[in-house]
Design a protein. Sequence first.
Length: 310
Amino acid sequence: MAEILLSLTIIGVVAAITLPSLTGNINERTWNTQRKALYARFSQAIALMPALNGYGTLDNTTDTAAETFVTEGLSKVLKINNICDNEHLKDCGITEKFTNLSGIQQDIPTTLYTLADYFRSADWGGNSYSTKNTKAAAFETQNGESIIVYYNPSCITQYSNGETIDYLGRNFGFAQTTMCANFIYDLNGNKGPNTVGKDIGFLTAFNATDSIVVAPIPDFKDANNAKEMTLDEALTACRQNNETRLPNINELSSMAINKKFSGLKDQADIVDYWSSTKISPTQAWVQDATIGVRLINGNTDKHRVLCVKR
């Protein structure tokens, strides 16, 4: 009997040690599968919409922009169970707080300005951009995901060179001008853990027409990376294993817009990050995380790096 009890005790200890890890691995695989399926559905749905801009009314007294975008636009191409206005986000399973990649708990933004303050206004090189604030809306999908949407009804489509302005011979523009809709998803509603990189993530739709949807998953190990590198060094750093890569410019812009979630640094000085999007053998796009500007720089310039999961 003593030997049986000892064996049971050992089995119990081993189970207590291994079960949380096993459960965590199962959750990770489930979330990864859900993310990929959600991204596929959103990409297909957005591609079916003729244009992403111009929905709703937005003036000094009325704001129906985000809610109308969902009710009259997105719901026509995506299966949606429930739609909630800004005053009833909880009814769509939206959590009030989340944990970002830096391990800091924050409030869920409820307006475009609180998502990223540079939507209020941004200026660089004598050129500026601003838009009106819009209230977020929310909806639930038939698959059980809770989604909050931030909408820019005045978004435009970028030109063939990737941006809209040429300043002193340097192409640049603001990422927020081409961002039409940004989505924060929670794969299991407010059940928890409500943590970015697990059940919470983001998708961004760029360009009013011929739209592009991206859903980057930042690598948490690089969330506080302050080291500056050349482009070749950045590409090498992000492919040291088969799990990560350097993001393209739209993925990087998405992470800048969602910097409260992604871990990009928000500082007083301009902080630029490398993208993998080249425009020539010697030049590539970089993304600033402070005011949202996108620039073309030489490959030998040095900027910060944030890798994304493959």
